[in-house]
Design a protein around this ligand. Structure first.
Ligand code: BEZ
Length: 218
C-alpha cells in the first residue's frame, strides 16, 4: 500500500476544500487507487470494525441503496483496519444472511496509514479502530463535506444521499442549500456583493436571502 506523504495539515485531519490524499491499497475488488475515481463523485468512509452490529446494518443498507449512489454517478469506498480476508468473510456472511452483495470496494488499512492521513483516527490515538468518518469527494478530488459519527451510532443512508444531492445541486445551479433542503426544492441565491445592490433591493432581506430561480423571498 502506498500513500502520498501527508502535509502537516493533513496529518492533523483533512478540511473541507483540501485535495483528498491519493493512496493505493488492497480492497475487496482488487487494488484501488483513489485518483482513479476522479471525474466521478466518491464517498470514502471508514467503519470501526468488521463483524460488529452497527457496521453490519450500515453495509446492508448501503448495499441495498447502491443503485441510488450509482444513479448520481457516485462511487462508494469503505475502509477499516481489518484484513482483506476479514472483509471477505464478513461480506460472505452479509450476503448469506441478508441476501445482498456488497460490491463496492472495502479497503484494508492494517497500519492505519490511510486512516491517519484522512484524520479518521487522531495521530496520537493508540486505538486501532477508526471512527465513522465520511468524506464526500468531488470529481476534481476535493473534499467537499465530511461527517463523523461515533462507533455506537450508525449513519443515515438517506442523509448521505441528501448531502450528495445538495452538493451536486449547488455545483449545477451555483446556489446555496438552505436548512433542511431536499431535492426538488429551491436553492438560495448567493448574496449581493456590492452596496449598490444592497440599496437597490426591494425588501430589506432581498440582497442576501432570496430563493434561486424566481428570486422569491426565502
Ligand atoms: C458496531 O458497529 O456496532 C460497533 C463497532 C465498534 C464499537 C462499538 C460498536
Amino acid at each position: 500500500m502506498t500513500i502520498e506523504h501527508p502535509t502537516p495539515q493533513q496529518a492533523a485531519g483533512l478540511r473541507i476544500g483540501d485535495f483528498a490524499p491519493d493512496f493505493e491499497a488492497r480492497s475487496t475488488v482488487g487494488p484501488v487507487r483513489l485518483k482513479d475515481f476522479r471525474e466521478r463523485w466518491l464517498i470514502l468512509f471508514s467503519h470501526p470494525a468488521d463483524f460488529t452490529p452497527v457496521c453490519t446494518t450500515e453495509f446492508v443498507e448501503l448495499a441495498r441503496e447502491a443503485k441510488e449512489f450509482e444513479r448520481r454517478d457516485c462511487a462508494l469506498m469503505a475502509l477499516s483496519v481489518d484484513s482483506l480476508f476479514s472483509h471477505f468473510a464478513w461480506l460472505r456472511l452479509i450476503r448469506d444472511r441478508f441476501d445482498v452483495e456488497v460490491r463496492f470496494p472495502i479497503v484494508e488499512d492494517p497500519t492505519l496509514v490511510i486512516g491517519r492521513a484522512f484524520g479518521m483516527v487522531s495521530p496520537q490515538d493508540s486505538d486501532s479502530a477508526t471512527v465513522r468518518s465520511t468524506f464526500f469527494i468531488d470529481p476534481e478530488g476535493v473534499v467537499r463535506a465530511m461527517t463523523c459519527y461515533p462507533a455506537n451510532m450508525g449513519r443515515s443512508i438517506p442523509e448521505m444521499l441528501r448531502m450528495l444531492d445538495a452538493l451536486q445541486a449547488i455545483d449545477e445551479q451555483n446556489g446555496l442549500a438552505p436548512a433542511n433542503w431536499t431535492p426538488g426544492t429551491p436553492l438560495l441565491q448567493p448574496p449581493s456583493q456590492t452596496l449598490d445592490d444592497v440599496f437597490a433591493a426591494q425588501r430589506e432581506t432581498d440582497w442576501f436571502l432570496r430563493k434561486a430561480g424566481n428570486g422569491a423571498e426565502a
